[in-house]
Design a protein. Structure first.
Length: 151
């Protein structure tokens, strides 16, 4: 099943604040080469989408609970995040409620199976840009660095 991208129109209903101005040169032509993967009800994902809207970054959103990611995608994210342990939100309720034997997968196949079964374990949001950029989690400074935003 292919993930459905939901386009966001940056700044369509809000006036730009004087303290925040959209940087120039971010994704010319609004080609939506940025994809934010997360959960639609996640507060951190909502903060990230507000940041992208504020700075005029076109993006697509994929709820990875509804659109499970392929094992190849999960492996790629794990590599870019610095390993499977870095990809996982170990402070989540879901992780704490897992049986102890599920918390230490021994192979990539076991990790991908765990994340396919419990996608909410992935630390969110995951942001992938068309230029090969990758970010996990949200922070204002991290997004400014990823997107070259000036304040």
């Amino acid at each position: 099943m292919r993930a459905m991208l939901l386009p966001r129109c940056p700044g369509s209903k809000r006036k730009a604040s004087r303290a925040w101005r959209a940087p120039t040169g971010l994704h010319p032509g609004n080609d939506m080469s940025t994809t934010l993967y997360g959960l639609k009800n996640c507060d951190t994902c909502k903060k990230a989408t507000k940041w992208l809207d504020r700075f005029g970054v076109a993006y697509g959103f994929v709820d990875y609970r509804d659109n499970r990611q392929a094992p190849e995608t999960l492996k790629e994210w794990a590599e870019k995040a610095g390993g499977w342990d870095s990809l996982i939100n170990k402070s989540s309720t879901t992780w704490r409620q897992l049986p102890e034997n599920r918390k230490s997968p021994g192979s990539e196949a076991e990790w991908t199976l765990l994340l396919k079964e419990y996608p909410q374990l992935i630390r969110r949001p995951v942001v992938v840009t068309g230029e090969g950029g990758f970010s996990q989690g949200f922070s204002d400074n991290g997004f400014k660095k990823l997107f070259g935003a000036d304040t």
